[in-house]
Design a binder for this molecule. Structure first.
Ligand SMILES: Nc1ncnc2c1ncn2[C@@H]1O[C@H](COP(=O)(O)OP(=O)(O)O)[C@@H](O)[C@H]1O
Ligand SMILES: [Mg+2]
Length: 299
């Protein structure tokens, strides 16, 4: 198996607006594909379209190297806009009902609550569950039928920090167990410790696809240096560092590669009577990169 999902110029138009606009993306087997975009970017509409919940206006999509659609649907589990759960029933009862509806394997379903960390909720009704527990039960429902591909629309949205960690661990475990996962979020940071590849969507357009490794290389240890004279500081910096790694943003000197000898750099600046008043590494540069790309894409 090569790819799990491939869309070709997929477009969904509401009234006269292309909410999803010519999106061609590929999810390969074994990936955790992070689908990132601001609220209103078109993530849910894209997901609803590939799941067959709404027809595309233009373009096509295929699953599992072009497998026949009804067979492919059985290999795909999803969680879109919060799980549909029966609140008066227990976790177990919800799973059992859904298993019967899908005519899925009961034996496998019994394991599911353990997989998502809800095995000991017993007689507790879903109405008394925390949001994190409901979301995890939603993942368990998506896993009924033992699908190869999980499509999850903002499963982390609204969770508290503990819930986020639990959800991330659950998804990483499922990935280790061989599932391919497509997960959307409007917050990159939530996906950053998980995704192996990203697609950035803005204003319905797929702005970019980028692997986690490429993103890491783009964002290597940016160092931000505050001085009283950024122009002269930059001239000093390019004596010691490659010119294309040195830039000025908002009166700050930015070095976009690891600096082996920061002492040599600051000494050279002191020697030129430049005052260095702060040095920091820019940990949030991946987030900045995505924000920039999303803003470029939506204009
Ligand atoms: N059924 C619909 N009819 C009309 N407009 C819609 C419909 N569903 C979504 N939209 C619009 O499409 C845009 C994208 O929405 P959505 O796919 O929900 O974005 P996201 O999930 O990225 O927040 C929004 O402007 C939204 O108002
Ligand atoms: Mg949405």
């Amino acid at each position: 198996m090569d790819y799990v999902l491939q869309t070709d110029h997929l477009t969904k138009r509401y009234r006269k607006t292309n909410v999803v606009d010519q999106v061609s993306l590929t999810v390969r087997a074994g990936e955790i594909y992070g689908f990132v975009g601001k609220n209103g970017a078109g993530k849910t509409t894209f997901i609803r379209t590939i799941l067959g919940l709404t027809p595309p206006t233009e373009g096509t999509f295929r699953f599992f190297d072009g497998q026949e659609l009804s067979a492919a649907r059985k290999r795909t589990g999803s969680l879109v806009e919060g799980p549909s759960l029966y609140k008066n029933m227990t976790a177990q009862e919800n799973i059992e009902l859904y298993t019967r509806m899908l005519r899925a394997d009961r034996k496998h379903s019994q394991e599911l609550l353990k997989t998502v960390g809800l095995a000991d909720t017993g007689k507790k009704r879903v109405s008394n569950f925390s949001l994190g527990m409901k979301q995890r039960l939603g993942i368990a429902m998506a896993l009924v039928g033992n699908p190869d591909f999980l499509v999850l629309d903002e499963p982390i949205n609204g969770l508290d920090p503990k819930g986020i960690v639990e959800m991330r661990e659950l998804l990483l475990n499922l990935h280790r167990a061989g599932k391919t996962i497509f997960i959307s979020s409007h917050i990159l940071g939530e996906l950053e410790k998980m995704a192996t590849r990203y697609g950035i969507i803005a204003g319905g357009h797929l702005v970019e696809e980028i692997t986690a490794e490429q993103l890491r290389q783009i964002c290597v240890a940016r160092t931000v240096i505050r001085t009283n004279d950024p122009q002269r500081a930059a001239k000093v910096a390019v004596r010691l560092l490659p010119a294309d790694a040195v830039s000025i943003e908002n009166d700050l000197l930015i070095v976009s590669q690891p600096i082996e000898n920061i002492g040599a750099l600051t000494n050279a600046m002191f020697a030129e009577n430049i005052i260095v008043s702060g040095i920091s590494s820019d940990d949030n540069s991946a987030e900045q990169y995505f924000i920039r790309r999303m803003e470029e894409g939506s204009v």
